[in-house]
Design a binder for this molecule. Structure first.
Ligand SMILES: [Zn+2]
Length: 258
């Protein structure tokens, strides 16, 4: 196909069509306006994104941008030399912002998981019956005035001018248990391979001996949960036993755990 002849100082850009060429004295105002808020020469994050690009044109753009001889060249001019269209640079910026957002989110993951794991735990809350006091009033209907010498019913005690008894709901602790957040529980369990579909997990245990905290830590670290297990039943396999190993003969978790 014959190349269409272009006016001098112009070039064809995909989508935008005829634009000033890289060696034209005219500035591509639209392209240059794109770089205005980005400030590529003073933007370390942007430069880092350029350096990490899988497209060598963007990596070369970074190199050219920082060359002393190009100090006074317009950012859009260098982009054109590298054959990068405005549309491609807009797309690049969008992608790099998305990657930045993802890395910010990834940095927060341990903290979020910690909070989520805490949410998943059973929580204590003030008893709804006694409002956290641990005792409830005994009403006059429940305990009419006592006759002289009549014994005080078991569990009832005077408190000032009234009678009280231990709260029957919380057992005088003032607190009741509330199940952890079910959504958080599902997520934490899924995260650890307890998938609803697969049901069971395979637990492999190395038999580390000793009763100390180190041995316990080693045993815990050696627990692996095979999420690919499709068995509905949990299965326990004892792999081996070191020479310090104690008992643990029947291969069950109980025999090995202290
Ligand atoms: Zn209570």
């Amino acid at each position: 196909m014959p190349k269409p002849s272009l006016p001098p100082g112009t070039m064809l850009e995909k989508y935008r069509g005829e634009v000033p060429s890289w060696d034209s004295p005219d500035t591509d105002e639209v392209y240059e306006a794109f770089f205005e808020p980005v400030k590529p020469r003073d933007n370390p994050e942007f430069q880092q994104a350029l350096a990490a690009s899988t497209d060598k044109r963007f990596r070369e753009y970074l190199r050219q941008l920082n060359l002393p001889k190009n100090r006074n060249k317009k950012c859009s001019t260098i982009a054109k030399v590298m054959d990068i269209s405005l549309a491609e640079f807009i797309d690049f910026l969008r992608t790099s912002y998305r990657a930045q957002a993802m890395s910010v989110a990834a940095m927060r993951l341990p903290e979020i998981t910690t909070h989520m794991a805490n949410d998943a735990l059973t929580q204590k809350e003030a008893c709804g019956r006694c409002d956290g006091w641990g005792f409830v009033n005994v009403t006059a209907e429940e305990l009419p005035p006592l006759e002289d010498g009549q014994p005080i019913p078991g569990g009832v005690r005077p408190m000032g001018a009234r009678w009280v008894r231990d709260c029957p709901k919380c057992g005088a602790t003032g607190q009741t248990s509330k199940p952890g957040d079910s959504h958080a529980r599902d997520k934490i369990l899924q995260l650890n391979g307890f998938d609803k579909k697969s049901g069971g997990v395979t637990v492999a245990i190395n038999n580390y001996g000793g009763n100390g905290i180190e041995a316990a830590g080693a045993r815990f670290a050696a627990l692996t949960f095979d999420i690919s297990a499709d068995s509905a039943e949990s299965e326990v396999i004892q792999i081996d036993s070191d020479e310090r190993g104690h008992a643990g003969g029947d291969g069950s978790v109980e025999a090995d755990a202290d």
